[in-house]
Design a protein around this ligand. Structure first.
Ligand SMILES: [Zn+2]
Length: 512
């Protein structure tokens, strides 16, 4: 709401479109490297305060190599060392700079994996190495690894070593996450042009240009509380059968989705009605697909997303069971998500704007919505006991399902959620050194239609000696002062910083 009508949400930089090589021309090679990283951090700071959400680079490795090579920087032992220091410092900056809106850090996402050539490969490898070595309490930026056959997916591929390094890093730190370029939802998209923003946002199809994430972003998104609609139906027609309740539930969604569409359109029109003077940084840096001379022609490339939270609870209310434990329920859930997507496609064609369906993480709403609903409804259904609504279409976090089965159950939903979604494999503990095991999950995810995959595991860090694992008392020094790091909504966070709903979710988590 803070940004309503004032600005857009997020942007994947078109960093190469108008990079100001001239500014760096007369510098020494050393100075060029330092100044390039400074330039990048300044961009994150300036753009991060001109928009409301995250920033991404679609190919950190290839793009930065193009820039540095374009500046005449050669890869030798001196430059390697300096670049590693700069990357180290960039990671530090992402974790410790809290100047966004005067108080928070910047959501930076670096996509890597398709590195061509020695320079780009060095940048990808160094980013992973520096991140892995940066200590347990460092969990920014978001790193997204693009998995692609012929590039890095198989042993004979030129960047297979990068995938291996990425998996070993994830086994320790839960980052990177993996965008699966060969999966059904992504296989027709040029991997170079595919990027994930933040924890899941996906901007690909464009009515006004090629399918690409670069130079585009999400304008706005609004999430619909599905369990509430189910609770309303339950109150109105408690004795109806499951199918009639589902029909009524869908009709209620249609109504609220139409209102949501009106709000999204209003936000879009308001942001388009501003002037280029309201976007001084964007006007200078040309990071969008088009220049900020005519705002509607810039923002029409952006997406307007309808999101949803709590599919699982919404299905449990009329059926009394978990949707993934009953085939009829599962098919109904799938049919409903397809329905939501069809509505977004209808809006896209009708209004000629890039509407998309977003499987929302619900960082702030998972606990807030359930509290509001618990006060408003009195129901037999047991959905309030756990204190949070389940993320998007995910199966419940305490499902006890084997990870492979979770991937297969959730994978089918990915194709419908073109505005972004993720599936997590929940592991009992850090799968240290087990990159082969994680690779098996990646293969299963690709076959199951999962387009974006993350690995979660609980991670406790001793405040005294830095030992990490899963414990209440440090097994090394006996200290009881422990920092708990978890990925609950999409970003890694320290447990104490979680909202109530997310804390409840974490308590209910069971390994797959
Ligand atoms: Zn200790």
């Amino acid at each position: 709401m803070d940004a309503y009508g004032l600005t857009y949400n997020c942007l994947t930089f078109d960093i190469l479109r108008d990079f100001p090589y001239g500014v760096f021309e007369d510098m020494s090679p050393t100075r060029k490297i330092i100044a390039t990283f400074e330039y990048l951090k300044n961009l994150f700071t300036d753009i991060g305060n001109e928009q409301s959400g995250g920033m991404a680079l679609a190919n950190f490795d290839n793009d930065l190599a193009t820039i540095l090579e374009g500046l005449g920087v050669e890869l030798d032992s001196t430059s390697r060392e300096l670049i590693a220091d700069c990357i180290h410092q960039l990671i530090h900056w992402c974790n410790h700079t809290h100047t966004r809106m005067g108080q928070t850090s910047y959501y930076v996402s670096l996509n890597i994996g398709l590195a061509k050539g020695e320079f780009a490969r060095f940048l990808a490898k160094t980013l992973l190495k520096e991140f892995e070595g940066s200590g347990d309490l460092v969990f920014k930026p978001n790193i997204i690894f693009k998995v692609k056959a012929g590039v890095n997916r198989f042993e004979e591929d030129p960047n297979y070593d990068l995938l291996k390094a990425a998996l070993l890093c994830s086994a320790k730190k839960m980052i990177p996450t993996y965008v699966l370029c060969d999966s059904t939802p992504n296989r027709d998209v040029d991997p170079e042009k595919l990027a994930i923003m933040g924890c899941r946002t996906r901007v690909v199809a464009d009515l006004y240009g090629e399918n690409s994430s670069i130079g585009r972003g999400n304008i706005d998104n609004i999430s619909i509380n599905l369990p509430r609609l189910a609770l309303m139906v339950e109150r109105e027609m408690p004795d109806a059968d499951f199918n009639r309740k589902m029909d009524a539930f869908t009709a209620k969604w249609d109504e609220i989705a139409s209102t949501t569409k009106d709000i999204l359109l209003d936000r879009f029109e308001q942001v388009c009605a501003r002037t280029h003077a309201d976007f001084p940084i964007n006007r200078v840096h040309h990071l969008w697909k088009e220049d900020f001379t005519d705002l509607p022609s810039v923002f029409r490339h952006g997406t307007l997303s309808l999101g949803f939270i709590g599919l699982s609870e919404a299905m449990e209310v009329p059926s009394g069971q978990r949707f993934y434990e009953d085939i009829r329920c599962y098919m109904s859930a799938l049919g409903f998500v397809r329905h939501m997507r069809e509505y977004c496609d209808f809006l896209r064609n009708h209004f000629r704007l890039n509407f998309s369906l977003l499987a929302t993480s619900g960082e702030l709403i998972s606990g807030r919505f359930i509290d509001m609903d618990e006060r408003a409804f009195n129901t037999k259904a047991d959905i309030f006991a756990k204190g949070f609504y389940t993320n998007s279409f995910h199966v419940n976090v305490d499902s006890d399902l084997p990870a492979f089965q979770k991937l297969r159950l959730e994978g089918i939903f990915h194709e419908f959620c073109n505005g972004g979604c993720i599936t997590y494999a929940e592991l009992g503990e850090a799968p240290l050194t087990n990159d082969e095991g994680l690779k098996e999950y990646i293969e299963c995810a690709i076959e199951s239609g999962v387009h974006y995959l993350g690995f979660n595991f609980p991670k406790d860090v001793c405040d005294e000696c830095g030992a990490s694992g899963v414990f209440d008392t440090c097994p090394v020094c006996g200290s009881g002062s422990i920092t708990r790091i978890r990925r609950v909504s999409g970003y890694l966070e320290i447990l104490d910083g979680f909202t109530k709903g997310k804390k409840n979710e974490e308590m209910h988590r069971r390994a797959n």
